[in-house]
Design a protein around this ligand. Structure first.
Ligand code: 13P
Ligand code: SF4
Length: 352
């Protein structure tokens, strides 16, 4: 029997876990003021060991968005990736508990798709400037103004907004799904900048659509600057500039590649260039430093304050005994209607 004061792990278990983390995180240097050196890994080790033990005890899986800190992604994550991939993993999860290390709209999406699971979010304050920019009521008013439009919501939206929408999209399938819709007029919410990028891309493809948007933006991606891109190109020969479609059209226009976080990772992995400017959240740079250690990332990424609310301590505490505010609950009618809109995305998304 373990009594109070008995250590949870042996010295050799802790040493082996420290080594595992240090090996995985050796090249990581993505968050200013933070280190992933051996001492840091020694501090992570009892937490990652306990979380991985709790996962077995509680029949839990941990989904990690690529923007959360690398010690979470590589220390305890069962699935790591972009919003689309993680939605599929949430839908197909068989575990009793799904802990989503990401932001609240992602955990809500997991609950919409896996209603019988207990879905946990480590920090209820992990919002998103896009999801928080539009309520279901506001969308109902917009719909009344454009009754003939197909209502397309970006997955970065609340369950209420999804329940009011015809189809959900992610940054990985937004162009293809909107192009495939029969309606000429699209009400796209809540990302104005992504809506503008969709307009440009569909024009390039020769697809005629009128795109109407609401006025949300991502506070991480809306501030990247096209002038800084030109300056970086002068300093680094052969630089590849990689941007997320939440960036401004001016930034998208000067990037070498624009895509979802999953597509950005694939682009870097398959492009033979030495230097990359990643116009996105710094966690993605951390993933690339782990998975493509031979490449150089020249800085310029930004931190999402919401994603960074996830910590190993909060993940452990939420798995040990979730507080009511850490458990995602949804009204069943809203959940069912939101599920229809996400299922429509799964039907229309390109299969690769
Ligand atoms: P992805 O779907 O590309 O991972 O994007 C999620 C997100 O929040 C981007 O800011
Ligand atoms: Fe929302 Fe932007 Fe943070 Fe993504 S990076 S979760 S869009 S605020």
């Amino acid at each position: 029997m373990i009594s109070a004061g008995t250590p949870l792990f042996t010295v050799s278990e802790l040493a082996a876990e420290t080594d595992r983390l240090f090996k995985a995180l050796l090249h990581v240097d993505c968050t200013p003021g933070k280190s992933w050196d051996y001492e840091a890994c020694r501090q992570f080790a009892p937490l990652t060991l306990e979380i991985n033990r709790l996962k077995k005890e509680k029949d839990a899986v941990i989904l990690t968005h690529s923007y959360v800190e690398p010690e979470i992604v590589y220390g305890v994550g069962d699935f790591k990736g972009d919003s689309y991939y993680l939605s599929l993993m949430a839908r197909d999860a068989k575990a009793k508990v799904i802990l989503f290390a990401g932001v609240v709209f992602m955990a809500e999406t997991a609950k919409i798709l896996s209603p019988d699971a207990t879905v946990i979010v480590p920090d209820r304050g992990s919002g998103c400037s896009l999801a928080d920019s539009l309520t279901g009521d506001q969308l109902r008013q917009l719909k009344a103004a454009y009754p003939d439009a197909a209502v397309v919501c970006y997955i970065n939206s609340t369950a209420d907004v999804k329940a009011e929408s015809d189809v959900c999209v992610t940054s990985g399938n937004v162009y293809d799904i909107i192009a495939s819709l029969p309606q000429a007029r699209i009400l796209f919410v809540p990302d104005r900048l992504m809506g503008e990028n969709v307009r440009t891309e569909l024009q390039r493809r020769g697809v005629a659509k009128e795109i109407i948007t609401s006025d949300g933006t991502c506070i991480v991606h809306d501030v990247f600057d096209a002038a800084a891109v030109a300056d970086a190109r002068l300093r680094f020969p052969g630089l590849k500039v990689v941007a997320h479609p939440e960036c401004t059209p001016a930034v998208a226009a000067v990037a070498d590649f624009v895509g979802s976080t999953g597509a950005m990772m694939k682009y870097v992995k398959t492009t033979p260039a030495p230097y990359y400017l990643m116009l996105t959240e710094c966690g993605l740079v951390g993933r690339l430093q782990v998975e493509t250690p031979e490449k150089h990332f020249i800085g310029g990424c930004r931190l999402c304050p919401y994603m960074k609310l996830n910590t190993l301590e909060k993940v452990r505490d939420a798995l040990r005994a979730p507080r009511p505010d850490q458990i995602v609950m949804l009204d069943e009618d809203i959940r069912r209607r939101a599920a229809r809109c996400i299922d429509r995305m799964f039907e229309l998304a390109p299969k690769d």
